[in-house]
Ligand binder design. Structure first.
Ligand code: IPE
Ligand code: IPE
Ligand code: MG
Length: 264
């Protein structure tokens, strides 16, 4: 059914339609996380200031969110700002925050239409108060939605998240004996959410840059050379198709061999 919702939105006979028809609706990744990278280089190629790359990247966010929601993806996590991105020039950081506020204002309607729940993961309390207000308003407004969960990772760092989780666990009185992986994950920003099945990074960089270090233990990684502002529904579908060809073993043995051996 969700595949139909997606197909209804894609021009018939287009290459995107052909891609969408190859997707196995029964084996979709439940959680997709994306490192949106390459905005600066996209702009530099066009002799534009870096911030123009960030501006253009908004259209990619729109397209990706709508495609994922229509496909019936459970959780979509987009990384928009890292704890290390404060090292950038003040003007660039300010523009990113302004663009974020504008995105929220313009897209709230779309989030509601598609029944999307919006959440921030990261140290939101260190963001400017006007940004925090806008984020909280979007979270509150979409809190009752029951469709896709859309996490935006803002002022996010994987190590910072783990340290924070340890502190919270200690404050909650968790004893060393009672701590296990399941219990620990309840203190992460992503408490209660499934781990990403698919991690996408744009712009060809083969590194994690401190993203979701705990949660991506067994994520399938897909990297495209495409810069984020050029990323569209087609690329998301390509990533999902590549994911569906992967053989996830979690340390076990190949699935067909397991079947042959009668391993359940
Ligand atoms: C990703 O693009 C956006 C953010 C990190 C906020 P970049 O701004 O990192 O672009 P490049 O990697 O310099 O090309
Ligand atoms: C990671 O990209 C952060 C986001 C996408 C928000 P960066 O561009 O900051 O990472 P590095 O510096 O290339 O590792
Ligand atoms: Mg970058």
């Amino acid at each position: 059914m969700p595949l139909e919702t997606l197909l209804a939105w894609i021009p018939p006979g287009s290459p995107d339609e052909a891609l969408a028809r190859q997707v196995d609706g029964e084996r979709l990744p439940v959680h997709i996380a994306i490192i949106m990278d390459g905005n600066g280089r996209w702009a530099a190629r066009r002799h534009l200031p870096r911030v123009e790359g960030h501006r253009a990247g908004i259209d990619s966010v729109r397209d990706t969110v709508e495609t994922a929601a229509r496909l019936g993806i459970g959780v979509l996590t987009l990384w928009a700002f890292s704890v290390d991105n404060w090292k950038r020039p003040r003007g660039e950081v300010n523009t990113l925050m302004r663009l974020l506020k504008r995105y929220l204002r313009l897209e709230l309607g779309t989030l509601m239409t598609h029944n999307i729940r919006f959440r921030v993961i990261g140290r939101a309390d260190e963001l400017a108060s006007d940004v925090q207000r806008e984020l909280s308003a979007a979270e509150a407004r979409t809190a009752g939605n029951t469709g896709m969960l859309f996490n935006i990772a803002l002022n996010y760092g994987g190590r910072a998240e783990i340290i924070e989780a340890v502190r919270r666990a200690m404050a909650a009185g968790v004893t060393p004996e009672s701590l296990d992986e399941q219990r620990f994950s309840e203190f992460l920003y992503t408490a209660g959410q499934p781990d990403p099945d698919l991690l996408i990074r744009t712009s060809g960089e083969m590194r994690l840059s401190n993203f979701l270090l705990w949660q991506i233990a067994y994520s399938e990684i897909w990297v495209t050379d495409t810069f984020w502002p050029d990323f569209r529904r087609r690329h998301l579908l390509e990533a999902i198709l590549a994911f569906q060809k992967r053989d996830r073993r979690y340390g076990g043995i190949k699935a067909p061999a397991a079947v042959a051996l009668g391993v359940k």
